[in-house]
Design a protein. Structure first.
Length: 269
């Protein structure tokens, strides 16, 4: 649809917003895709057509992919932060930041260029929540939930090791100074860990044993599922756990390695 619509438009039309995210193969959640989104390098003059939404905004650099001009990943993050609902912008932004290794400075530079555009206050807030280490929609929404309840944001993807260097587990989120590990399970408890052919009861028993071991090391573990996330109940458990004084864990947490970012050739218009 993007290729068909852009082919009928003036030369120099830039694919943007959620359509740029589609071209990049970005994870999207609750994002309208019934129209192709493009940007013209001008101030104002936006309009909506049956199959396209045209934005008017200065564009100084683009990426060319499969014959299409596309807003840069950093610009796309900011465009989505301006235009989408908060949680949807965080999901897409996390995916773009992680895939392309975007830095805080790159995003801040794009945000500065967007000064005065509608939605700028939300965009600033979205950028404070983004984390390219997020590995799923559920993790991105979990961090949005934590932010919405006014709790400090955790770090993402931590590998836990015993004092003698043995790997124990990977936590989706962690508060190292508080000795708190957090796990998003997906639809059901421990469900995201279940592999084809595995027995859920055996897996649950193994994971409970692992939690007992983690607590023996001095950690507190908080888990939640999709249903918990919708209800917002993890926030209450996190608030209590963060307020609880506990001894420093007899273990260490190291950030898990991240995949090498995808490289793109960016050219100036």
């Amino acid at each position: 649809m993007i290729e068909a619509v852009v082919a009928e438009m003036a030369a120099g039309t830039v694919v943007s917003h959620q359509s740029a995210a589609v071209v990049y193969g970005t994870t999207l959640w609750h994002v309208p895709l019934e129209r192709v989104c493009v940007t013209r390098n001008r101030r104002g003059g936006g309009r909506v057509r049956p199959f396209a939404k045209i934005h008017g905004s200065p564009v100084d650099s683009v990426v060319e992919l499969d014959g299409l001009l596309v807003t840069t990943p950093a610009r796309t993050v900011v465009d989505l932060a301006l235009a989408l609902p908060f949680e949807a912008a965080v999901v897409a932004g996390d995916a773009l930041v992680g895939r392309f290794g975007l830095t805080a400075d790159q995003l801040a530079e794009e945000l500065a260029r967007a000064k005065g555009r509608y939605g700028i206050n939300q965009a600033k807030e979205v950028l404070t929540v983004l984390d390219g280490r997020s590995r799923s929609i559920g993790e991105s929404l979990s961090r949005s939930m934590i932010h919405r309840h006014g709790l400090p944001l955790p770090r993402s993807q931590g590998n836990v090791f015993t004092p003698d260097g043995r790997f124990v587990t990977r936590a989706d989120f962690y508060y190292e100074s508080a000795g708190l590990l957090c796990v998003f399970d997906g639809p059901t408890e421990y469900g995201r860990l279940l592999r084809p052919g595995q027995d859920h009861a055996t897996l649950a028993h193994r994971e409970r044993a692992r939690e007992i071991y983690l607590r023996a090391l001095g950690f507190e573990v908080v888990r939640w599922t999709w249903d918990d996330l919708v209800r917002g109940t993890p926030a209450r458990h996190l608030r209590t756990a963060l307020a609880t004084q506990r001894r420093p864990p007899d273990a260490r947490i190291e950030p898990a390695p991240t995949p090498a970012p995808r490289q793109l050739a960016i050219r100036t218009l």
